[in-house]
Design a protein around this ligand. Structure first.
Ligand SMILES: Cc1cc2nc3c(=O)[nH]c(=O)nc-3n(C[C@H](O)[C@H](O)[C@H](O)COP(=O)(O)O)c2cc1C
Length: 382
């Protein structure tokens, strides 16, 4: 058992989940400002191998495992974040205006399911403040900046289309100069005004048209509502066609507690618990979405970033085999600590060797159909 599992996790798990999260981010912020500590952390935690190095959109990834959005929402801990072993990291979601998010409590652990229930509702410092922060530090690994519509709270009057589009446009204009890539969060499960809007045909292309004049130089990824529905995915691909700066996709958590989640906790226990579930229960659902999108998309143009329930090298490998080119994790960091990233990368090298691949790109999409993706996790079949 690791130092994290033996000592750090038991202490953190005595605190409520949000306090533990806040404490961890602040500790990383302070640790990152201590001379020599980020370099020490990097030399202990980072691992790469020629078979794990890749390039995409002018960015070089020393390994394919990244930190998912939501851990460092406002870019407080960039220095240490860059030294935790990840091949890339995504901060945010950041919105045009600062937001306090949803009322507390809004984060809950489900250890039986290796899961977290999240109902944060996008608290963040706002694009102006985050842009100033980003201007002060250049990360050595690619940095993604995740952008979302401002959450003005449950009592705010409904927003019109122009207001929603202008909100994204403002954040993108402030943040794109500092981003390795931008992720447009079109699917936050816990906020009003964004995800429902982009479910309406035509609104994704309206947003992209609105961003065209900004001459964004970095690749743009769209973070979508998870769906396996080929016609819904094809509609999204069609809407992106005319906008070459869109270079990939990621799937968000599903809203609520859909039947497609694999839960050991009885659903009735969660009936009055607002929020989306991250971690183990979303693995199979997201894998099926990735495999479906991979079948449909232009693979020379787009990549998929696969996030959802990645805890082990086998989990990451399956995401790649379903069609992801990069993989992200968040919940595993809470349960396993930062050492998990190096463990996954080392395990990936062994799995590639086992299967006769000399580079991880050869494994991408090798589980050709969605059925193949599920068969390795047949116990996760819905
Ligand atoms: C506490 C928490 C906060 C999150 N906040 C955001 C967010 O602000 N923006 C976003 O796009 N995704 C957010 N996510 C979703 C993650 O980026 C990721 O897609 C999801 O958690 C699946 O990965 P995991 O199973 O490894 O946690 C959040 C997830 C968690 C657990």
């Amino acid at each position: 058992m690791s130092l994290y599992a033996n000592c750090v996790r038991p202490l953190l798990f005595r605190l409520d989940a949000e306090t533990a999260h806040h404490l961890t981010v602040q500790s990383c912020r302070v640790a990152g400002s201590i001379p020599g500590l980020p370099a020490l952390s990097h030399s202990c935690l980072h691992s790469s191998a020629p078979e794990l190095v890749s390039e995409f959109g002018g960015l070089r990834f020393s390994n394919p495992i990244g930190l998912a959005a939501g851990w460092d929402k406002s870019g407080h801990a960039l220095r240490l974040l860059d030294s935790l072993g990840f091949g890339f990291a995504e901060i945010g979601s950041v919105s045009a205006r600062p937001s306090p998010g949803n009322p507390k409590p809004r984060l809950f652990r489900m250890p039986q399911d290796r899961a977290i229930i999240v109902n944060y509702g996008l608290p963040n410092d706002g694009a102006e403040v985050v842009a100033r922060r980003l201007a002060q530090y250049h990360t050595r690994h690619p940095l993604g900046v995740n952008i979302v519509k401002t959450n003005d709270g449950p009592n705010a009057p409904p927003c019109g289309p122009d207001e929603i589009l202008a909100d994204y446009e403002r954040s993108v204009s402030l943040l794109h100069p500092y981003a390795g890539y931008l992720a447009l969060n079109l699917s936050c499960p816990n906020a009003q005004g964004g995800k429902d809007f982009f479910a309406l045909p035509g609104n994704i292309s309206r947003l992209l048209a609105r961003l065209e004049h900004l001459a964004i130089r970095c690749p743009v990824i769209l973070k979508l509502v998870p769906t396996e529905d080929a016609s819904a995915l094809q509609r999204i691909l069609n809407e992106c066609d005319a906008f070459p700066f869109v270079r990939g996709f990621c799937f968000n958590l599903p809203a609520g507690k859909p039947d497609t989640l694999e839960l050991s906790v009885p659903r009735e226990m969660l009936a009055y618990q607002p929020g989306a579930i991250a971690g183990r229960p979303v693995t199979a659902l997201i894998n099926r979405c990735i495999a479906r999108l991979y079948q449909l998309m232009d693979r020379r143009r787009y990549v998929i970033i696969g996030a959802g329930g990645v805890f082990t090298a086998e989990d990451a490998y399956l995401k790649l085999r379903c069609g992801a080119s990069l993989v992200q994790l968040y919940t595993a960091l809470i349960y396993e600590g930062p050492g998990v990233v190096k463990q996954i990368n080392r395990g990936l090298v062994s799995l590639l060797k086992r299967d006769g691949f000399t580079h991880f790109s050869q494994a991408i999409g090798t589980a050709e159909s969605c059925e193949d993706c599920l068969s390795e996790h047949s116990h996760l079949r819905p």
